[in-house]
Design a protein around this ligand. Structure first.
Ligand code: BTX
Length: 324
């Protein structure tokens, strides 16, 4: 399959020029029939390929798939997304990513699927992951961070996602602390950051991103219709998911490096520019208690700071926030 991937990559990189099947076959010690079989398989996957006599194969169009070739042609990173495990349907990319991280998967390895049958959010809540319409992916990274710096990666990721959306669609999404990205008051993306760690060293951070991209209202289960939205519902346009994934990875690698090198300060500034939480009256629902107050902003540690009605200030690590 590596040769097959390479062939697809060449077809993309040729940008409409023919790729010689004969030359490719010779280079990899294959028969021309083997190449022809790969071409047939690409066609079955939805690629349109023209065969030009004496010249070779020309890629006419590629299907709406988040496979590695479609993502990597837009990638400008050094490690994020350089290894991609692509699946048609999985229970949860997060579970696969945990296993892969334990098996020493490289920094930047991406697990991505067209569909999840048991996608999960925080506290094992279900995450609806309709086939071929969204971005369901988990990125394994191995930054040089202390374990207590890991939760902020949710905020780093949120900024990367909002920037990538802005670049591709001109749409300004807002970040709702800690892990939601919203459009018009509805949830468009959720982020789940999980950690594999030694006491004093991060081994791997697994960033799960679930993004509603090309769903219409009918693609959501009834209970989500009032609270969920997609990029397509907001822009009226079909979005190239693979290109958006590449954009997210490009920004995420940049911002993670910034975070490693300069700490949370610069990220905090970027984050505050996109957040809809600061200054608002909020209710924070936590596992054991619910409190109300005015959101002041986030601390250097990524905590949400609330001024309670008695005037005291409290920092919270994780909660479901209801804007009032
Ligand atoms: P969360 O706990 O903040 O949000 C979960 C809640 O969001 C659910 O209880 C439900 O109300 C709502 N919800 C469920 N599905 C959707 C949806 N498609 N759009 C909008 N709202 C929804 C958020 O957790 C973190 C989600 C991470 C998902 C990614 S997908 C790739 C990776 N694999 C995996 O299993 N999870 C992550």
């Amino acid at each position: 399959t590596n040769v097959k991937n390479e062939l697809l990559k060449r077809l993309f990189e040729a940008k409409g020029e023919p790729v010689s099947g004969q030359e490719f076959a010779e280079q990899f010690g294959l028969s021309r029939t083997a190449i022809w079989k790969y071409i047939k398989e690409f066609e079955e996957d939805g690629y349109e390929i023209a065969s030009i006599r004496k010249k070779g194969y020309v890629l006419i169009s590629s299907p709406d798939r988040v496979n590695s070739a479609n993502i990597q042609k837009h990638l400008g990173t050094s490690s994020y997304g350089r290894t991609i495990d692509y699946y048609e349907s999985v229970q949860s990319t997060q579970i696969i990513a945990h296993d892969a991280a334990q098996a020493e998967a490289a920094d930047g390895t991406l697990i991505v699927a067209e569909e999840q049958t048991a996608g999960k959010g925080r506290l094992s809540r279900p995450w609806s992951s309709t086939a071929n319409k969204g971005i369901w992916m988990s990125l394994i990274i191995r930054p040089s961070l202390m374990p207590q710096q890991a939760p902020q990666m949710t905020l780093v990721s949120a900024v990367a996602i909002v920037r990538a959306i802005e670049e591709l669609t001109q749409l300004e999404a807002t970040i709702k602390w800690p892990n939601d990205i919203m459009i018009n008051g509805k949830k468009m993306t959720g982020i789940l950051t999980e950690l594999q760690s030694d006491p004093d060293r991060v081994k791997a951070i697994i960033i799960g991103i679930g993004m509603n991209v090309n769903q219409g209202e009918d693609d959501f289960p009834d209970e989500l219709k009032p609270i969920a939205t997609s990029l397509k519902m907001a822009t009226g346009e079909h979005i190239d998911r693979a290109k958006l994934i590449a954009g997210i990875l490009n920004y995420l690698e940049l911002y993670t490096k910034m975070y490693e090198k300069h700490g949370f300060g610069p990220i905090k500034l970027l984050w505050e520019g996109y957040s809809n939480t600061a200054g608002k009256r909020v209710r924070a629902v936590m596992l054991n208690e619910t409190i109300e107050g005015t959101a002041l902003g986030i601390s250097e540690e990524g905590l949400l700071e609330l001024r309670l009605d008695d005037g005291s200030v409290r920092g919270i690590y994780s909660a479901d926030i209801v804007l009032q």
